[in-house]
Design a protein around this ligand. Structure first.
Ligand SMILES: [Zn+2]
Length: 59
């Protein structure tokens, strides 16, 4: 296995369904912009709205 001496920073995208209000978090992908709709909700037919994009740093 490879050694990881550098801290890894990962960006996450927080989304909220505008229909059932389900909140989901997934890894940030190119093109995610806050307050735009990205994909369909997996629980209903609503659209997921990006509410927050944030980064987490892990050791
Ligand atoms: Zn939904």
């Amino acid at each position: 296995m490879s050694k990881s001496k550098n801290k890894t920073s990962t960006c996450y995208t927080l989304m909220e369904c505008n229909s059932c209000k389900a909140i989901k978090k997934r890894k940030f992908t190119d093109g995610d912009i806050v307050f735009t709709t990205t994909e369909n909700c997996s629980d209903c037919d609503g659209k997921m709205l990006v509410t927050k994009i944030f980064g987490l740093t892990m050791d």
